[in-house]
Design a protein around this ligand. Structure first.
Ligand code: ATP
Length: 306
């Protein structure tokens, strides 16, 4: 082994569409979702630790506050899984430089787990294929395989069975961040509560959205963004409706709560609109922060070795 550490850059995701089926017997919902990886990244450093140190985890960056640094962290779990699967020396140092919002519906924890899997593969020269790494990722969480894959993809099952989507062009996003996160299980719980007594059909692909991506048509994409969890997220966090209103008012092509929220993603036409909306949101008093990003972008990938 001729390297002592690697840095893996991992993207956040937005769900361009999220169709949620009825609650099944094992307590899960069958999903059909279209993910897009966007240029808001965590950098995950994985290096050999000193002998006897075991798995050690640290974090820095603008969203690091409140991230657990123990065995409940998904990055830690990813390291444990790789160590036991491949019987590796377990003295591993992991550092998360976090910019992806925590509990923001952007799969930050899953992205970090994806970074650790790709990082350990590179550091220990395991030679795993992307498919193998995605299979390992799915043991940790439904969004982890997409963190490895990146780009634009349909996720079925629990979101973990991925098929790449044909997509042209690059899309401009403005993201409105919240001060505090929303727990994914509680948003699904609220969705079930709001649906009580309704007959819910199986989840389905959003054909208009897939067509818009194939054509590289941002206007059509904006019109066809959809999220079955949006009403539940807004029910738990009514202020999100005010945030969505700002986007409508400032001419966003489309506005959507990302995944289980509370981050709201606005698709805009160009840089000028992105700037206008950024200023409007920042001065509205209804958001904690605003970030701009483009998508699609790559999945977990090595940016340096040392
Ligand atoms: P998703 O979109 O996949 O539902 P999310 O973006 O809403 O996820 P995460 O940022 O992944 O949520 O974090 C959810 C919770 O998981 C956090 O509240 C935190 O306690 C815990 N967590 C575990 N590992 C991490 C990590 N590496 N980074 C951030 N949070 C983590």
């Amino acid at each position: 082994m001729n390297q002592s550490g690697v840095v893996i850059r991992v993207p956040a995701k937005v769900n361009l569409s999220l169709s949620v089926g009825p609650l099944d017997e094992d307590g899960y919902h069958e999903l059909v979702t279209v993910f897009q990886a966007i240029s808001l990244f965590d950098d995950v450093t994985v290096k050999f630790g000193v002998e006897g140190s075991g798995i050690a985890l640290g974090a820095s960056g603008s969203t690091a506050a409140g991230v657990p640094l123990d065995e409940t962290n998904l990055a830690y779990k990813a390291a444990q899984l790789m160590v036991s699967k491949y019987q590796l020396d377990s003295d591993i140092d992991i550092h998360l430089a976090k910019e992806i919002p925590v509990a923001g519906g952007m799969a930050g924890g899953s992205a970090d787990a994806a970074g650790v899997i790709v990082g350990i593969d590179a550091l220990y020269e395991l030679g795993l294929s992307r498919d193998e790494m995605q299979r390992i990722g799915s043991e940790l969480g439904s969004d982890v395989p997409f963190g490895i894959a990146g780009g634009t993809a349909i996720g079925r099952g629990h979101g973990d069975q991925l098929t790449p989507v044909l997509s042209q062009g690059s899309y401009q996003w403005v993201l409105a961040l919240s001060n505090s996160g929303l727990s994914t299980p509680s948003v699904y719980g609220e969705c079930d509560r709001l649906r009580e007594g309704m007959s819910i059909s199986r989840p389905s692909a959003n054909d208009a959205l897939l067509q818009a991506l194939r054509a590289g048509d941002a206007k059509e994409l904006g019109k066809s963004l959809s999220n079955d969890l949006q009403s539940a997220a807004c029910s738990l966090r009514p202020a999100l409706r005010l945030v969505l209103d700002v986007g409508h008012e400032y001419g966003a092509l489309g506005c959507i709560v990302s995944g289980s929220g509370p981050t709201v993603a606005f698709l805009v036409e160009d840089e000028e609109r992105a700037l206008d909306l950024t200023v409007a949101l920042s001065s509205s008093g209804v958001v904690a922060g605003v970030v701009r990003a483009t998508g699609p972008t790559h999945g977990a990938r090595r940016i340096s070795s040392f």
